[in-house]
Design a protein around this ligand. Structure first.
Ligand code: PLP
Length: 450
């Protein structure tokens, strides 16, 4: 026990001395040294355990240490750890086959990357080569990754530190009825106005200069914004009318998170390219990629594909993907997520809303939900301002601490709590987590304006 604790404190010291963590002022950090995890829980050396309602970064869809994924990685490691991407191998080929099988329409070819941002970079490059055009449109309130192009497409404050960014990027407003950029008063009106706005942006940009429209099928990190029915189909029609490549960024919501293989399937819309990562193999080994329609893939049949990565199609990562995709299918997880989302999570969250006036809106689907917290339900003033840090963020920091003290690891961003547990979480754990959120919301209620 003493030796283990000494190792943990050395890990803490070494971390603070040498590790630079993402998106944070380093001096203020106090990371938990995680000792292990299993299923929907992880723990530190002292025995503190948390139920993971964020699936880490919304990627550990099957929880920690799923035995089939661990076994697949071990078996591949015994056989062959790595390979240059110009070779073929069983794990990579089978992963690509399973991904193509899950993807809608004629999206049948996969270019593998090591994560989501690289997937977005390559999707943009494919679209530019295919169309011979340069501009790329993306939405405010979006996240597409932190590499040069992907961060330029991102429509949240994380882009600010990377500006001026990639030339040729243009932003538009997507639908978000609760805080409408179009002053709409219904979902139907929001849909209609958001599409009219996008058509206007295309008109003034010159649609013949636009290679791609990149958008999250369901906006993830920026608020679990579920588009109104008809929106994605409308975007598809605009893309068709102007010969623009439609890129669905499914890095966060692909592979079951929303109760569909890909979130866009809910609306029966087939994009030209899908970017994926995270849930493809739960991030046990880094993996992402772009799924490419047959039509666009033809462009590169006799022309050089304009991208490459040493780790493209990495066998260890792909072996984990094969195991993971098979588990989704064998355990009927996609259907389970759809059913539990509607039968258990939605009613439970609506109940929370009726008890806690600090909840302005509940939205989501499957195992992907947001509670938008407000100081005043009438004015919808957010509990903390957009991009709050430090003292401004106190109410949310206190809410998160209340969750962690009670054994729940929440996902909080600005004034929102996201609920994104592993897709195979037990119903009992789901209820336990929701009960903890119920208690912690008393903290948020204390900040309501009187
Ligand atoms: N696209 C979306 C929709 C994401 O949510 C993310 C990450 O959260 C990314 C792209 C970037 O993925 P990665 O962090 O693997 O580069």
């Amino acid at each position: 026990q003493t030796a283990v604790t000494a190792a943990a404190s050395a890990a803490y010291r070494n971390d603070r001395a040498h590790v630079v963590h993402s998106w944070s002022a380093q001096a203020s950090l106090d990371p938990v040294v995680v000792a292990g995890g299993s299923g929907s829980r992880f723990w530190d050396e002292s025995g503190r355990t948390w139920l993971d309602f964020s699936s880490q970064l919304v990627n550990v869809n099957l929880g920690h240490q799923h035995p089939k994924l661990v076994a697949a990685i071990q078996a591949q490691a015994e056989r062959l750890c790595t390979l240059a991407p110009y070779h073929a191998n069983e794990a990579t080929a089978e992963a690509a086959r399973l991904i193509a099988q899950a993807a809608p329409g004629d999206l049948d070819k996969v270019f593998f990357t090591s994560g989501g941002a690289e997937a977005v970079e390559n999707a943009v490059r494919v679209a530019r080569h295919h169309t011979g055009r340069v501009k790329v449109l993306s939405a405010y309130r979006s996240y597409h990754g932190a590499t040069a192009g992907a961060i330029s497409l991102t429509g949240d404050p994380r882009r600010w530190g990377a500006e001026p960014g990639m030339p040729g990027t243009v932003k538009f407003w997507g639908p978000y009825a609760y805080r409408s950029a179009f002053h709409s008063d219904s979902e139907a009106q929001e849909c209609e106005r958001a599409l009219a706005h996008l058509a206007d942006v295309l008109m003034v940009e010159g649609p013949h200069t636009v290679a791609a429209i990149v958008l999250e099928s369901v906006v993830g990190g920026n608020g679990v914004l579920v588009p109104p029915d008809g929106y994605l189909r409308g975007v598809r029609e605009l893309c068709d009318r102007h010969g623009i490549v439609m890129v669905a960024d499914e890095v966060m919501v692909g592979f079951g998170r929303c109760g569909e293989w890909f979130a866009i399937d809910r609306w029966g819309v087939v994009p030209d390219l899908i970017t994926f990562a995270k849930g493809v193999n739960c991030g046990y080994v880094p993996l992402g990629g772009v799924i490419i329609s047959e039509r666009i893939a033809q462009t590169f049949a006799h022309r050089v594909f304009p991208g490459g990565l040493t780790y493209s199609g990495h066998p260890l990562a792909c072996a984990a993907a094969v195991a993971c995709l098979n588990v989704y299918r064998e355990e009927g997880l996609i259907e389970r997520v759809r059913r539990l989302g509607e039968e258990l999570v939605r009613p439970a969250l609506e109940q929370l809303k009726s008890r806690h006036p600090s909840i302005g809106e509940v939205r989501g689907l499957g195992m992907f939900w947001a509670l938008e917290l407000v100081r005043d339900p009438a004015s919808r003033e957010p509990l903390v301002p957009y991009n709050a840090t430090g003292a401004d963020n106190r109410p949310m920091a206190e809410f998160a601490a209340a969750c962690k003290d009670r054994g729940l690891w929440p996902f909080v961003h600005f004034n929102r709590v996201h609920i994104a547990p592993p897709l195979n979480i037990s119903q009992a754990d789901l209820r336990t987590g929701l009960d903890i959120i119920d208690e912690a919301l008393n903290v948020a209620d204390r900040y309501l304006v009187q």
